[in-house]
Design a binder for this molecule. Structure first.
Ligand SMILES: Nc1ncnc2c1ncn2[C@@H]1O[C@H](COP(=O)(O)OP(=O)(O)OP(=O)(O)O)[C@@H](O)[C@H]1O
Length: 285
């Protein structure tokens, strides 16, 4: 992160996106604190030495070229990497001040508090209603499910489209509706954080716009961390952006590295590292 300033920035974002870049609130009281985090798949170090803080009720975007470790880093935030055999996380991630990887921490409880939405919509092959009610039922909620389902679908901006077909199979919905249902399923158990791994990459621009609007609504109550390949999306929705890239170490081994982490408005207008500027202007990646 010590490169000289990149000079006058000429990032390749459309003027409409640049005009709307907002100053993010200050990063006080972060919900996650990441200290010197490295992730290994067996002997391979996919991500090396990441330090960052994630703001509460903010949207944080992770961007960077393919293979730089965005999804790997994202999965660290709710211990999804634990589910991949041979994966090891070094360094420390604190969640609300507690070591997320501490011996007494239950990873299932972690994933209840920190939900995840994936690239490809993956509703259960059950009714729309049961997709939403599933998590609350598993958590012992039996009463008031109808209200909870309605409230959750409203929060996910899906109620009006599905209220007359709650018993219909969720797989009959469009891709964009399925993804909003997956977001609704994630928020039905009232998590504190929602992790999103390229949630719009399988969607058309109209469905993408709906998810982006939804994210901004949800950020009033939830912390969101999103991996996206779409820089305009990062610029449109996020408060802070982290740019990662893959570098070669002295032994010629590739590893993912955090290059710059800043307010989104700053990163996309006056990046301080040449590599960030090259990426956001489309000169590499
Ligand atoms: N389960 C795994 N086992 C071994 N190596 C993996 C595994 N998952 C990812 N990797 C490797 O770790 C590195 C980072 O991968 P990751 O998927 O996190 O990158 P990414 O930036 O999210 O990429 P993309 O944008 O293409 O999705 C890559 O070299 C990848 O091959």
């Amino acid at each position: 992160m010590n490169n000289p300033p990149a000079g006058p920035a000429s990032p390749g974002l459309p003027a409409s996106v640049k005009q709307n870049l907002q100053e993010a609130p200050d990063l006080v009281d972060p919900i996650f604190q990441v200290e010197d985090v490295s992730v290994f798949y067996g002997d391979y170090e996919a991500v090396r030495g990441v330090d960052m803080k994630i703001g509460q009720k903010q949207i944080t975007a992770l961007i960077g070229p393919s293979g730089c470790g965005k999804s790997t880093l994202l999965r660290c935030f709710n211990r999804m990497n634990d589910l991949i055999p041979g994966t090891r996380v070094g360094g420390k991630i604190s969640f609300r001040g507690e070591d997320l990887y501490g011996d007494d921490v239950d990873p299932i409880e972690v994933r209840r508090r920190i939900g995840m939405v994936f690239q490809k919509p993956n509703p259960f092959p059950k009714s729309i209603y049961d997709n939403i009610a599933y998590g609350p039922r598993v958590n012992g909620i039996r009463r008031g499910l109808d209200d909870l389902v309605e409230q959750t679908l409203r929060q996910a901006a899906l109620w009006d489209e599905v209220k007359d077909k709650l018993k219909q199979n969720a797989l009959s919905l469009s891709g964009g509706q399925q993804q909003r249902l997956c977001i609704a399923r994630a928020i039905a158990i009232r998590p504190e954080v929602i992790l999103m791994d390229e949630p719009c990459s399988a969607l058309d621009p109209i469905a993408t716009a709906k998810i982006e609007d939804l994210m901004q609504d949800l950020a009033r109550n939830y912390t969101i961390v999103i991996v996206t390949h779409n820089m305009q999306q990062a610029a449109r929705v996020s408060d802070r952006t982290a740019f990662l890239t893959a570098e070669l170490d002295s032994a010629g081994v590739r590893y993912g590295k955090l290059i710059e982490y800043e307010q989104t408005s700053k990163l996309f207008t006056t990046p301080s590292d040449d590599r960030t500027e090259a990426y956001i202007t489309g000169r590499f990646g």
